[in-house]
Design a protein around this ligand. Structure first.
Ligand code: G1P
Length: 290
């Protein structure tokens, strides 16, 4: 990437079946971490990294996400009348945070297919992809760390994290040549390798910075793992061309797409809130004794 990151694509078309029944009528992306929808945490990360435009790839029943990033005059009026200025400020800020466009993924054909739906909205620019299931709590926003490496190297970049050997089948997994700066020049990347066949234990975590020529690659892509059009398979083409770097990012990652990971994220983020920390710790201490 030559210019700083401006656009990010956030795929949000999934049905959220792992979180039924709540996801019957509430998009998974609106599930809160303490009091903030996970999608807001993702958008805040993008904004902190300098992105000005978010392309949301949605499906049916996701309009509350768009409402969330819109202004809500009725609510603002009411908060102002009650003199709740801090809440008013917070509410306004969400509506003004970023330019958001949404596009529809018309069929659930996989992550690569979802990213392809953003083609027209992205145009000829390099862009970020952020997966809402992966929350990364870090000093420097994770997508900013990936973008920085992409700028330094001129290559596409993806976040990597070591996972236990018995977890590699859940992820895209990358291998390649370690570079002096600690990153990896990726030469192989496989989506959800079957047990015992992973090329390494370095898992792809949902932050990517990609060139616009990924779109024609995705257009040609045949269904891969799970019968879906996989983003990882297009990354494999970049890797073969020597155009993909794996970045060992700094930060704590939570898998908010998993029920246990989601609960852990709630506890971790709540413990960082001064107004909640002591009460929650006291509760957890008594709860574990039961
Ligand atoms: C997706 C990607 C996978 C990546 C993972 C990270 O898989 O396809 O390569 O490792 O996100 O969370 P999913 O978790 O959607 O099955």
């Amino acid at each position: 990437m030559k210019q700083p990151l401006r656009k990010v694509v956030i795929p949000a078309a999934g049905l959220g079946t792992r979180f039924l029944p709540v996801t019957k009528a509430v998009p998974k992306e609106m599930l809160p971490i303490v009091d903030t929808p996970t999608i807001q945490l993702i958008v805040e990360e993008a904004v902190k990294a300098g992105a000005a435009q978010v392309v949301l790839v949605t499906g049916r029943g996701k309009s509350s996400i768009e409402d969330h990033f819109d202004r809500n005059f009725e609510l603002e009026e009411a908060l102002s009348r009650k003199n709740k200025m801090e809440l008013l400020e917070q509410t306004r800020r969400i509506g003004e945070m970023v330019g958001l466009v949404s596009v529809r993924q018309k069929e659930p054909l996989g992550l690569g297919h979802a990213v392809l739906a953003a083609k027209r909205a992205v145009g000829d620019d390099w862009f970020g992809v952020m997966l809402g299931d992966d929350l990364i709590d870090s000093e420097e926003p994770a997508i900013g760390q990936i973008a920085r490496v992409s700028m330094q190297t001129g290559k596409a970049a993806v976040a990597l994290m070591p996972v236990a050997d018995d977890q590699t089948h859940l992820y895209g997994v990358a291998a390649g040549k370690p570079q002096a700066d600690g990153n990896l020049l990726v030469d192989r990347i496989v989506e959800k390798p079957s047990r015992g066949t992973a090329p390494s234990n370095l898992a792809v975590i949902g932050r990517y910075v990609l060139p616009p020529d990924i779109f024609p690659m995705l257009e040609k892509m045949k269904p891969g793992a799970g019968g879906e059009i996989q983003l990882t398979d297009a990354l494999a083409v970049l890797a073969q061309q020597g155009r993909l770097v794996g970045v060992r990012f700094e930060g704590e990652r939570h898998d908010a797409g998993d029920r246990l990971g989601y609960l852990q994220a709630n506890v971790a983020y709540a413990l960082k809130r001064p107004e909640l920390r002591d009460g929650l710790l006291a509760y957890l201490r008594t709860a574990v004794q039961r």
